[in-house]
Ligand binder design. Structure first.
Ligand SMILES: Nc1ncnc2c1ncn2[C@@H]1O[C@H](COP(=O)(O)OP(=O)(O)OP(=O)(O)O)[C@@H](O)[C@H]1O
Ligand SMILES: [Mg+2]
Length: 338
């Protein structure tokens, strides 16, 4: 992959939580590498609490209080950032990076009409536009995200919108800033399936039309497999496997990726009302990781050295964070027929 085509290139990102007193800081995100080409859709999947949102908040420069990050490299559009300067990142996240959330009301102001909200955005980001151009642009953005009678809708307030509509409007307000990167953190979890698919298609189309990269976060592998080019699988603050979407779905190599795939309902299971396969156990919290591989206690393939203190050293240069990655035949058989 040529360096030039990369929009974002992060190497060895670590995020810590400070603890009160003299207790050691909690090492939350460990050694995360993440790169993203222009126009690429990257999916991040993993169970609740594994650090997906934390990673994205860091990319947005919005780390929670009491946490801090270190990295070997943080390259955005060819520029190296050695530290987050609040002012630099405020500029970036307002214009070059946009974020959408599960709850659109968290970014739409309930007390202001849509027209007013677009006005505020354009005044900041599109100073070149006249008042009438700003209105025309707002209408065009609403139409682009599938809002009918857009001119009339501009007079609406967010509470007058249905869930799916509010989600679309939020996307339109983010698109108003023409972001290079859209971070979508579980944006469709609260929507019903039909609306969810429409919003996913919309994000995919917008990415293609605008050559906008997308980081799409979800705990649902089925959702992300419809739209992502590449998928990072996260477990307990680490990326355990990063692969193209088709490779991950057909030949998952890390046992956790394999287990996530197996927990998706198959057509046959639905017909026979079979019980869904869940992954036994829970993701360990960041300060209670076991020694060795964090997934080992839940892993059906674990061996003695997975739990050894040498694990880090042994796994260091492996593509998948596993001493015994599944070979393609094994994982294919598992993914499709287990
Ligand atoms: N001060 C702290 N010290 C240690 N851990 C913390 C602290 N604050 C938050 N955490 C942990 O960080 C994790 C946050 O992870 P994050 O929100 O990124 O998960 P996620 O993968 O986005 O999960 P979800 O799918 O539920 O949104 C939580 O498990 C939380 O317990
Ligand atoms: Mg989250």
């Amino acid at each position: 992959m040529s360096r030039e085509s990369l929009l974002l290139d992060i190497k060895d990102l670590n995020i810590f939580f400070k603890n009160k007193g003299h207790k050691k800081d909690t090492h939350a995100i460990r050694g995360l590498d993440l790169s993203l080409k222009e126009g690429e859709i990257l999916g991040i999947v993993g169970e609740s609490g594994c650090g997906k949102s934390l990673t994205n908040l860091c990319i947005m420069g919005l780390l929670p209080d009491q946490s801090y990050a270190t990295w070997e490299q943080f390259n955005w559009r060819g520029n190296q950032y050695s530290e987050f300067k609040e002012k630099t990142w405020r500029g970036l996240r307002g214009s070059e990076i946009g974020m959408i959330f599960q709850n659109p009301m968290s970014s739409l102001n309930p007390t202001l009409s849509l027209e007013y909200q677009f006005e505020e955005i354009f005044k900041l980001h599109r100073k070149d536009l006249s008042k009438s151009q700003r209105k025309a642009e707002a209408i065009s953005l609403l139409e682009r995200v599938g809002i009918t009678q857009a001119e009339k809708r501009l007079k609406s307030y967010p509470f007058e919108l249905s869930g799916g509509m509010a989600q679309r409007v939020m996307i339109a307000t983010v698109m108003a800033t023409s972001p290079r990167l859209l971070i979508a953190d579980e944006p469709t979890t609260a929507l019903d399936v039909t609306i969810q698919n429409q919003v996913l298609d919309l994000i995919k189309d917008l990415s293609q039309e605008n050559k906008m990269s997308v980081i799409f976060v979800t705990h649902d592998l089925a959702v992300v497999s419809h739209m992502a080019d590449r998928i990072n699988v996260m477990y307990a603050g680490e990326i355990v496997e990063s692969a193209s979407c088709s490779t991950l779905i057909q030949n998952p190599s890390h046992p956790y990726a394999h287990a996530l795939l197996n927990s998706l309902p198959t057509e046959e299971a639905i017909i026979h009302k079979a019980q869904l396969k869940s992954i036994p156990g829970q993701v360990p919290s960041f300060n209670q990781r076991p020694e060795g591989c964090s997934f080992a206690p839940r892993c059906p393939y674990q061996k003695e050295d997975c739990k050894s203190s040498e694990f880090e050293q042994m796994v260091k240069h492996k593509k998948t964070r596993c001493l015994y990655p599944l070979n393609s035949l094994q994982s294919k058989a598992g993914a499709l027929h287990e």
